[in-house]
Ligand binder design. Structure first.
Ligand code: ADP
Ligand code: MG
Length: 728
């Protein structure tokens, strides 16, 4: 091992972190740093409290005088906790979270210093938007953007700063963040689902969408990670020979958590508790040094905020434990990547989970209504759903036989498949009394028992029903869940609206009873969305062929997948549902294509650099040692020289070949990059980066990884896979 690497490893092994114990009074910590309903009740006047609650539950506007009261109480609460600054906290389309801190401290006219925070400062701020992506919405001379308070997500304290969750919009009103369209989508699904719920229960007044994410990540020693320019600059390794031992023994999954990692997790979970993020499970994942953290599900907007916040806190807490968190979808080749399953459901203000079967035939019909409409929505918009999870990192995962394939399909399990089959056989039009009884007793009535054994979970499915929720498994680990959640809730909203129109038509025009009408529409839906249902192995080549026959899309790369975001049907959908205007849809598309290009460009540069100035020089150094050795052998053995130095000579030659391979490919890659950069059309540019630049990465890597095996371990400068993955 090189002395450099040896010392780094020695030091990293010495990194013990402060012992953190599981806090057995988590309920006491929970939400301590959140201005939640409980705290508000304590700090706000009755009027102010009701104003905020009305805004949360009924979307009512908050009066200026109420906002002043809220701001003042929020400030008092924050000051009592040692807070000095406040910030509007938002999620621009960079993927990170953003904040601009301002002090409460101000000097008054009389020269006295006071702590000030008014309604106007709470409700709206005007950060300079020019450094955030806008996709051409805002030209630079009109750089103004607004952040506006989102009262549905409570303010929280992080460090000594009061953070106020906000939306971020352009001066002209277009969304520049993830939250704005999400809130609009949640509103749309609330309206549409509430209207459908009224078929079953007139008392339902609101439907909320819930999200439970499961965050996967890797922990790598910080010192070791910082010895790798690729990890530092791209979040993943661009080269590195696989470790002799990887995940083949499956000895990490659910195994005991290494103590340093455990300390990190406990520390992180305590932070989460204070911030009101209800984390619940932690465990090892499949790959070495890979872990998962999942909270109890929450209302979708809050859950998205909490996930964004978590990704940020993770990095800071990791630093305290000398770790670097890798959130990248594929930090290591040949080792499982990371995803972020999005568990999703809808529930009513009367406490009913609409995707959980109930106790009566009627509540089960309600369940089937939402269940089948969701499947139908996924069927109609599968390409858009795929686009919602497209990213540079996720391209390594989807379709790589460890995560769901890039083909979207829905898994529902054997029993529910059978229920759908029976429903498909329902008579058209009016039902006979016998048929109704039969349906009630044997089909709809039986669902609850049936679901208890719905345990065979197909891990290869991108969109699976798991008993009382759907699990969207194709989301990448770095993703802002706002993106897939906006799409999912919008398509379901759209579908539910159509459903209601069709059912009402059958009731009004054909004189069918309500349940007959519902059965009739559901039957047709089942028939029309068969293509999306798939129970088999998603990794199987046969499925790819079959999916193509069924007309399902299979977009393997981000540039191809993203196109669905600007398909005429998508633009129309988002406009109709008032989630995004055409300008917003197109801007977002442009931002994502641009981000793809930049990510590949950076990876390409970093790979070229490491290959040329780390790998090649090291290989040459070793080759020189071999050459010296051969010269020595010649001196000693003279005539027998060729015989005794055969291996060395062939090694010298082999090294030269790999060096030549690296240089030729890096040169070719740079040429391709130049050509791609010359493209003015960003779609063409992204295509070129994907198919002409990125496609050379593997060839460069191949030669580098071969050299890693040939060159003396003592000379190799880059921390190896085995060291990154197994040092703990
Ligand atoms: P697993 O799938 O690992 O067996 P669970 O079924 O308990 O575990 O749930 C996994 C995730 O699904 C958790 O994050 C949980 O909070 C979330 N979840 C459970 N019910 C719902 C729901 N109704 N809506 C959204 N998410 C949910
Ligand atoms: Mg899961």
């Amino acid at each position: 091992m090189s002395t450099l690497r040896f010392h780094a490893i020695k030091e990293s092994l010495a990194h013990t972190s402060k012992l953190v114990l599981d806090n057995d009074r988590r309920s006491e910590l929970f939400g301590q740093n959140v201005f939640n309903a409980q705290t508000m009740r304590q700090y706000l006047t009755k009027d102010a409290f009701e104003g905020v609650m009305n805004a949360i539950w009924h979307g009512k506007k908050i009066e200026r005088s109420i906002a002043d009261q809220v701001a003042s109480s929020m400030k008092d609460w924050a000051l009592s906790k040692g807070v000095t600054h406040y910030t509007h906290w938002f999620q621009p389309l960079t993927g990170a979270t953003a904040e601009k801190h301002d002090a409460f401290f101000e000097t008054s006219n009389s020269g006295l210093s006071i702590e000030k925070f008014e309604g106007s400062q709470l409700v709206q701020q005007e950060p300079d938007a020019s450094s955030f992506p806008s996709g051409g919405i805002r030209n630079t001379f009109e750089a103004r953007g607004y952040t506006a308070w989102d009262p549905t997500s409570p303010a929280f304290i992080y460090g000594t700063t009061l953070c106020i969750p906000t939306i971020f919009v352009a001066y002209t009103g277009e969304a520049l963040d993830y939250k704005t369209p999400l809130l609009r989508a949640l509103h749309a699904v609330d309206d549409a689902a509430t209207a459908v719920c009224k078929y079953f229960d007139k008392n339902v007044r609101k439907v909320t969408s819930s999200l439970g994410w499961e965050q996967e990540y890797f922990l790598v020693d910080k010192l070791l990670a910082s010895s790798r320019p690729d990890i530092i600059l791209t979040g993943r390794t661009l080269l590195g020979h696989s470790s002799a031992k990887g995940q083949q023994l499956d000895d990490h999954y659910f195994g005991s958590i290494p103590s340093r990692a455990l300390n990190f997790m406990r520390d992180l979970e305590n932070e989460c508790m204070l911030l009101g993020i209800p984390v619940k499970t932690r465990h090892n994942e499949v790959a070495p040094n890979q872990f998962e953290l999942a909270p109890i599900f929450e209302e979708a907007n809050l859950a998205v905020d909490h996930n964004s916040l978590l990704m940020d806190i993770m990095g800071r807490v990791a630093s305290r434990h000398h770790f670097k968190v890798l959130l990248h979808e594929k930090p290591f080749a040949g080792v499982n990547g990371s995803g972020k399953h999005n568990n999703w459901s809808l529930s009513t203000d009367t406490g009913v989970n609409l995707l959980a079967p109930g106790k009566t035939p009627m509540s089960n019909l309600q369940f089937l209504t939402f269940f089948i409409n969701t499947i139908k929505a996924v069927h109609e918009h599968e390409a858009l759903l795929r686009a919602a999870v497209a990213s540079t990192g996720n391209d390594h995962r989807l379709g790589a036989n460890e995560a769901p394939p890039a083909i979207i399909s829905v898994f529902i399990g054997e029993q529910l498949s059978q229920v759908l089959e029976e429903l498909e056989g329902v008579t058209k039009g009016k039902l006979s009394p016998q048929e109704k009884t039969e349906l009630k007793l044997n089909v709809v009535g039986k669902i609850p028992d049936v679901l208890l054994d719905n345990t065979d979970r197909n891990r290869t499915s991108p969109f699976a029903f798991t008993g009382n929720k759907f699990e969207f498994r194709a989301v990448g680990s770095t993703a802002n869940c706002g993106n897939p959640m906006t799409v999912l809730n919008t398509i379901v909203a759209k579908q539910l609206i159509e459903f209601k129109v069709e059912v009402d038509k059958l009731i009004d025009k054909k004189g069918l009873k309500k349940d007959e009408a519902i059965f009739n529409v559901l039957r047709e839906y089942i028939k029309s969305c068969r293509a999306i249902l798939f129970e088999g192995n998603g990794y199987d080549e046969a499925w790819r062929v079959e999916a193509e026959k069924r007309g399902l899309s299979n977009n393997k790369t981000t540039p191809e997948a993203l196109k669905a975001k600007v398909a005429p049907s998508t633009i129309k959908l988002f406009e109709e549902m008032k989630v995004m205007s055409e300008v917003e849809s197109r801007a977002r598309y442009e931002i994502e294509v641009e981000a793809y290009i930049l990510h590949i460009q950076i990876e390409s540069r970093v790979l070229g650099d490491i290959a040329r100035n780390h790998v090649v020089p090291t290989a040459v150094k070793y080759q020189n040692i071999l050459i010296e050795n051969v010269k020595g052998l010649k001196e000693i053995f003279d005539k027998k020289f060729v015989e005794v130095s055969r291996e060395q000579l062939s090694l010298i030659e082999e090294i030269s070949q790999h060096i030549a391979g690296i240089n030729a490919n890096v040169t070719k890659m740079i040429e391709e990059r130049k050509k791609a950069n010359a493209q003015s059309d960003i779609e063409k540019k992204a295509h070129d980066y994907c198919f002409n630049v990125k496609s050379i990465f593997d060839d460069i890597r191949y030669h580098c990884d071969k050299l890693e095996l040939l060159v003396d371990d003592e000379l190799w400068p880059l921390t190896k896979y085995r060291e990154l993955l197994f040092t703990r």
